[in-house]
Design a protein around this ligand. Structure first.
Ligand code: SF4
Ligand code: SF4
Length: 441
């Protein structure tokens, strides 16, 4: 039997993937209007380079990144800029948005052309293509990819790991991508490897996707330096530090980054976006989204244009089956709950999960019974009960001394807690206070 790689701790929530795991990806209808936020990524927002009344084409840059940690934004449709306005985004904050009305021409911008081939492109050219295409972490994190590919000279990268774990319940977008477009994923991986001179490539996939493991293994069979790594199905297997440890045995130090152990981790969707940017010249203007949950009539995997409203996407899945209790961007563990379905799909929207009223009900928290379950399952070896208590009592120095900042916000502790303590929420709040205190210093 093949060795399965894993990590200490973690939980086994029900997968809830059946509704969409066998459903092929379809293209969603082109929306009549898109609302494209100029901040869809971690880092500085873009500055608009279009004004009201301008005509734009598909793939045209509409937001310029002025900082290193930022990523440009492009139009996903051809039409006319109607508004530049600050609106709620699915990241949970407000963002300046470019509202574009389609003109039906579907005209592609003249700059959109193939950029060559990995073999002919230099590493600097690949990084520049990634940057100009506005590629950010497609798994949901939204970190600009070109930044990951530009480590300081003393950090030698020898391995690229693609995250195909998709450990979040309900989501199947990455699974379907690997099944339906494995060559694109591998092309993107090879481009990433060339960009940082990495000798080894890994694709980590949870064993609950045996078909994806088989397809990807076949696809890399001629590349001796690329390995598919079957991972034990466990949450949060897709967290980058867990993935690095499971695939390479290396341990990222507390407060450290993957580059400290010679690794860069990217999502399989990010690799596919890189392949598109090189092979067709198209920047990130659309992505695969899993639309699912008990309140959705016909769950689907759809390719959706960035800027399409959740509401419009849900309507293409037959609409709501019953009154929605909770709308989440992403999965149930690390996703972000939304106040409304009017928010737009962005580059990091891996899923739209809609739970019914019964599932969405939050149980009343009880006192901690010191069962230790949260400590046993924390994948980072933290003591969530203490960090949470310190945070709730505003004792942030104490929370920091218990390594609150190492928390990856996976939510496993909240999930397992029999007293339904708001562990993740309080720890997240504590982390924000610690970071803001550090910044003030
Ligand atoms: S403390 Fe943080 S890392 Fe540990 S289980 Fe809770 S959310 Fe996950
Ligand atoms: S799991 Fe909940 S009840 Fe048990 S120790 Fe942790 S906080 Fe307390």
């Amino acid at each position: 039997m093949k060795k399965r790689f894993t990590f200490k701790g973690g939980i086994h929530p029900p997968h809830f993937k059946k509704a969409t795991e066998k459903i092929s990806v379809q293209r969603a209808e082109v929306p009549q209007t898109v609302t494209i936020p100029l901040q869809q990524h971690i880092g500085a927002p873009c500055e608009p380079i279009v004004k009201v009344g301008d005509k734009v084409k598909i793939g045209q840059k509409i937001g310029e990144a002025k900082a290193f940690v930022s990523a440009p934004v492009h139009s996903s449709i051809a039409g006319t800029v109607k508004k530049l306005v600050s609106l709620d985004s699915s990241t949970g904050s407000k963002a300046m948005c470019v509202v574009i009305e389609a003109d039906g021409s579907n005209e592609v911008h003249e700059d959109i052309k193939p950029k060559g081939d990995i073999n002919s492109l230099t590493k600097t050219e690949i990084i520049q293509i990634v940057k100009e295409a506005g590629i950010t972490g497609m798994g949901g994190a939204g970190f600009p990819t070109h930044v990951k590919l530009s480590p300081p000279p003393e950090k030698k990268i020898d391995s690229i790991i693609l995250n195909g774990a998709e450990c979040e319940p309900y989501l199947t977008a990455d699974h379907r991508l690997m099944l339906e477009n494995p060559k694109k994923v591998v092309y993107g991986l090879k481009a990433l490897m060339k960009a940082v001179d990495a000798q080894n490539g890994y694709i980590g996939i949870e064993e609950n996707k045996p078909d994806a493991i088989e397809v990807m293994t076949k696809t890399v069979s001629n590349a001796a330096n690329i390995h598919v790594v079957p991972l034990k199905t466990k949450y949060p297997q897709g967290d980058e530090k867990r993935l690095i440890n499971a695939a390479t045995g290396r341990e990222v130090p507390s407060g450290g980054l993957p580059m400290d152990v010679g690794v860069v981790v990217n999502n399989v969707g990010t690799a596919a976006a890189i392949a598109d940017a090189i092979q067709t010249g198209m920047p990130v203007i659309e992505r695969i989204v899993t639309i699912t949950g008990s309140a959705i009539k016909e769950p689907k995997n759809l390719i959706v244009k960035v800027g399409t409203s959740f509401k419009e996407v849900i309507e293409q899945c037959g609409g709501y089956k019953e009154e929605p209790g909770k709308i989440i961007s992403g999965g149930p563990m690390m996703g972000i709950a939304q106040y409304s379905d009017e928010v737009p799909v962005i580059k990091g929207t891996s899923g739209i999960l809609v739970l019914n009223k019964k599932e969405a009900k939050i149980p009343e928290p009880q006192n901690c019974i010191r069962c230790g379950k949260c400590v046993d399952i924390c994948p980072v070896n933290l003591q969530p009960l203490f960090i949470s208590q310190f945070s709730l009592k505003r004792m942030y120095d104490e929370a920091e001394s218990y390594h609150a900042l190492d928390c990856i916000e996976c939510g496993s502790c909240s999930y397992i807690c029999p007293s339904k303590r708001p562990l993740l929420h309080s720890i997240r709040m504590g982390k924000r206070e610690i970071i803001s205190k550090r910044k003030k210093k």
